[in-house]
Design a binder for this molecule. Structure first.
Ligand code: GDP
Ligand code: MG
Length: 223
């Protein structure tokens, strides 16, 4: 299978000794304006960029290293370069992704309606065992919300992908998304026999648990 394997590195830890370091490529997809850049900045720097659209020049990425189950995981998180304005992100962009976070904005029915188009593209061009998460962002905008949780969950069920509600503004579930995906990817790497299956199972159960325990509060699974 032409999949980028997680790399290991045992030599560069001065403070803690970890058995191995895995590197995963996570990509953010979805219409322009849904909050992809803000989600990335919230996760990377724990801040919120408000105001007009934040320009993204070129395909941009950020690295962040996190620790899951005593393992170091290096995430390379790719943000789109504004190409998504035309809803045609280069297929090479996500062909070698390990995970795709597909966002829509709960205050924009158009961005929600386009999720089907995005999923169609993903099914056609991404790797068959890519981990996908559907993210309903901007849930802090309660008064302007037009896409309900039920609508999001129904669509996610139809496509068999986990559904998580986030707010890059308040930070709700932002860390959870990246950590849950990383945990699933780690299991995917470990599960050589049932490659792919155990990862989506892991992700689904993490998401279900999180949705049950923190419907309206900041995720506590990883804190
Ligand atoms: N209220 C609210 N606004 C957000 C949220 N995420 C992003 N925004 C705003 O939505 C606009 C577009 O965000 P941006 O990250 O540039 O979207 P992108 O085009 O998908 O990268 C900006 O004005 C952000 O401040 C959120 O969770 N809540
Ligand atoms: Mg952007």
């Amino acid at each position: 299978m032409n999949r980028p394997t997680a790399t290991t590195n045992n030599s560069q830890h001065n403070v803690c000794t970890y058995a191995q370091q895995s590197t995963f490529k996570i990509m953010l997809l979805g219409d322009s304006g849904v909050g992809k850049t803000c989600l990335l900045v919230r996760f990377k720097d724990d801040t919120f960029l408000s105001g007009s659209f934040i320009a993204t020049v070129g395909i941009d990425f950020r690295n962040k290293t996190i620790v899951i189950n005593n393992k170091q995981v290096k995430l390379q998180i790719y943000d789109t370069a504004g190409q998504e304005r035309f809803r045609s992100v280069a297929h090479s962009y996500y062909r070698d992704a390990n995970a795709l976070l597909l966002l829509y904005d709960v205050s924009s029915i158009i961005s929600f309606n386009h999720v089907r188009d995005w999923l169609g593209e993903i099914k056609e061009f991404a790797q068959s065992d890519v981990i996908i998460m559907l993210i309903a962002n901007k849930v802090d905008k309660t008064n302007e919300r037009v896409v309900t949780r039920e609508m999001g969950e129904k669509l996610a069920k139809e496509y068999d992908v986990p559904y998580v509600e986030t707010s890059a503004k308040t930070g709700l579930n932002v860390e959870f998304c990246f950590k849950a995906v990383s945990q699933a990817l780690l299991e995917q790497t470990a599960a050589t026999t049932s490659y792919g299956q155990s990862a989506s199972k892991t992700l689904n159960s993490l998401v279900q648990l999180n949705n049950r325990t923190s419907k309206h509060s900041v995720c506590c699974l990883y804190s």
